[in-house]
Ligand binder design. Structure first.
Ligand code: F3S
Ligand code: F3S
Length: 136
């Protein structure tokens, strides 16, 4: 299984992950981006740079976000609204460009505001200390 883009990306679409991906396998929908599960080589570069923590290794998805693993796949295997064939495996997102379409699951979500996204973000172990933070 590959890495997965989940709820915190929706209506944020920062795209920092796209520049990091050596496989060019992060495809842009209307309200979210989607990782191609067959093209991702699990380098993890996208997870590190996403400012809202939207990227997870599939096996590490919190229970509330489990559905995002199959849903990233659906972006490529199902015929999406307004298209006449599945996207399949294009072998590179840059050549495909932004697609003004989402999976039905993403399209049905209510608008997500960035502050709301931040509140939903679940901390992941460790509690790192950021340079520049004051602790006095
Ligand atoms: Fe989305 Fe984060 Fe990439 S917000 S577009 S997964 S950098
Ligand atoms: Fe690309 Fe992230 Fe996979 S950077 S190769 S989508 S782990």
């Amino acid at each position: 299984m590959a890495y997965v883009i989940a709820l915190p990306c929706v209506d944020v679409t920062d795209r920092a992950c796209v520049a990091e991906c050596p496989m060019d396998c992060i495809y842009e929908g209307a309200r979210s981006l989607y990782i191609h599960p067959g093209e991702c080589m699990d380098c993890g570069g996208c997870e590190v740079v996403c400012p809202v923590g939207a990227v997870y290794y599939a096996e590490d998805l919190p229970s509330a976000l489990q559905e995002y693993a199959p849903d990233n796949g659906r972006f490529f295997t199902e015929v999406l609204p307004g298209r006449d064939a599945p996207l399949g495996s294009p072998g590179g997102a840059a050549a495909v460009g932004p697609l003004n379409v989402d999976t039905p699951m993403i399209a049905a979500l209510p608008p997500q505001s960035p502050p709301e996204q931040q509140r939903r973000r679940e901390p992941r172990g460790g509690g790192s200390c950021c340079a520049g933070d004051r602790h006095d």
